[in-house]
Each structure stands twice: as C-alpha cells, then as structure tokens.
Design a protein around this ligand. Structure first.
Ligand code: GRF
Length: 268
C-alpha cells in the first residue's frame, strides 16, 4: 500500500491550468478526482473530457457545513489522501482541514509572505518589486498563511502590466506545483511506510484511517501536513531523515500510550 502512488484530489473554481499541469506532470502521485464549487468551471470539462472523475457542487442554498461535508465525502470515496487547491476561491474551515489531517496544499501567485489574497501582481508592481513569483504552501484556516514548502522567483520586466506579469508567473506555477506536490507525496509515502513498519508490529496497534495510529483507541502517532505528530512531540523531518530515529520515536510514543498489560507484552 505504501508504494502505491498517493491519490490527490484537485479543487478548482475556474480554468484550472494548474490542475492540468498537476495531471500532466504527475509523478509519485495520481490525480484521482477534480472537484469544484462551480459546476461551470472550465477545468471540470477539461478533466471530464479525459475520462477523469469529477465532482461539482455549489454551496449556494445548502450552506457551508453541508457543502464541505458532501465535498469531504466525495474526496474520501475517491481514495485521495492529499488535496491540492488550484485556483479554488473559498476558504476551508478548520474542521475540513483537520479531517484531511492537514494534507492540503495550495499555490499562490506571490512570494509569500508577501501579498496574501487577491491582486498580487498589481501589488508587486505598485511596490516597485524587482522580483515576483509563486509559492506552494500548506493550507491552514488563515488565508495563504500556512508553511511555505516551495517557491519560484520570476523577474519583473520594465513596462510590465499585471497581466503580463501574471502570464510569466503562471509558467513558473505550472513547473513548480507538480514538482512540489510530488515531493510532498513522496515524503508522505516514505513516512507512512517507515511509521507503519514499526507501529503495526507493536501490540494492540490499529490504523483506523491512513496515517493515524492508535493503541487501545488512543492515538499515539499521526502523519499530518507531511510531518509526524507523536503523543509527546512533533517530529520535523529534514531533507534526509534519520529513519532509525523516527522509528525509535514512534516506538517510544507507543510506550507512553499503551496500557500496562500491552507494555509487558511488547516492550523493547
Ligand atoms: C493561479 O494564479 C493560482 O496561483 C491562483 O489562482 C490562479 C488559478 O489559475 N491561486 P488556474 O485556474 O490554475 O489556471
């Protein structure tokens, strides 16, 4: 299971050119669903024409909780473990983000933390910036504020208009986003297989949902936002993780959580 490509659901509201780049350059992940809050989003037709699974639902008239519940249900059915937002124009609630265990990324057309929100190119030009660019970041309930996991820089040219700059940045977006999503998924797959290898050998351990490990119904390890959260700490992975250390930490988290009967059966 850990070696199968991670399923990614892409959420769009419009033309979906970044979604197309994610589909066409997929490596170490596979786009299993394209979903939208806009049934008329042109990107949906592009995906449906290629035989991809699509889902559209407008929140109008049903309210945000029902809308998000239906969206999450469809995403769960698709098998996606990661969501990539690509021109998706709605804020996600913290309950939606928690349900996806923080495995949600977004692409934003600025060098974050500069220019969160809209009109990024006009704001970069008005500020006289010599460089613009795009960022891939983890999604948190606060707009464009999660940890940046990839960035590309693009020069601002003399006489640039917001549209001209946007077109140049978009080319960089289409290169950056698939590369970072693939790195994120590869890391998640590595992390899942290493944590599973140790966790599922320990007495009484279950994985009730992918990447969440429990003993006697108490969670002791979970993979969230590409990182490992243990009952006693958060493990931030380096570029070249010490997997032995990661596995030791998982075993220790189990020791801190397991009831005494199980500890005697499985202590190291
Ligand atoms: C892109 O500029 C992206 O950075 C921003 O919204 C735009 C979406 O374009 N979040 P597309 O729908 O991917 O073509």
């Amino acid at each position: 299971m850990a070696d199968a490509p991670i399923g990614v659901a892409v959420l769009i509201s419009g033309r979906g050119s970044n979604m197309q780049a994610l589909v066409e350059q997929a490596r170490d992940y596979s786009v299993v669903l394209v979903a939208s809050d806009r049934p008329d989003a042109p990107g949906l037709a592009w995906a449906a024409d290629r035989g991809m699974a699509t889902f559209a639902l407008s929140p109008k008239g049903i309210g945000k909780p029902a809308y998000e519940a239906a969206m999450l249900n469809r995403i769960a059915n698709s098998g996606a473990e990661v969501i990539a937002l690509a021109g998706y124009m709605r804020l996600l609630t913290s309950s939606f983000i928690t349900t996806m265990r923080g495995n949600i990324v977004n692409i934003h057309p600025s060098l974050l933390p500069l220019y969160k929100g809209l009109d990024t190119h006009a704001r970069a030009l008005a500020a006289g910036d010599a460089e613009a660019g795009c960022s891939v970041h983890l999604v948190t309930p606060e707009l464009d504020a999660g940890r940046v996991i990839g960035q590309s820089r693009v020069p601002v040219m003399p006489g640039d208009t917001p549209d001209a700059l946007a077109a140049r940045v978009l080319v960089a977006e289409h290169q950056l986003y698939p590369r970072i999503v693939s790195e994120f998924c590869r890391r998640m797959n590595d992390l899942l297989s290493h944590v599973r290898a140790v966790a599922l050998q320990l007495p009484g351990v279950a994985e009730p949902e992918p990447g969440r490990f429990t003993v006697a119904d108490r969670a002791f390890a979970r993979i969230q936002g590409g990182e490992l959260w243990l009952v006693d700490d958060r493990v931030v992975l380096s570029d070249d993780p010490d997997w032995q250390l990661v596995e030791d930490r998982v075993a220790r988290a189990w020791e801190l959580t397991a009831p005494s009967g199980l500890l005697e059966a499985g202590g190291r």
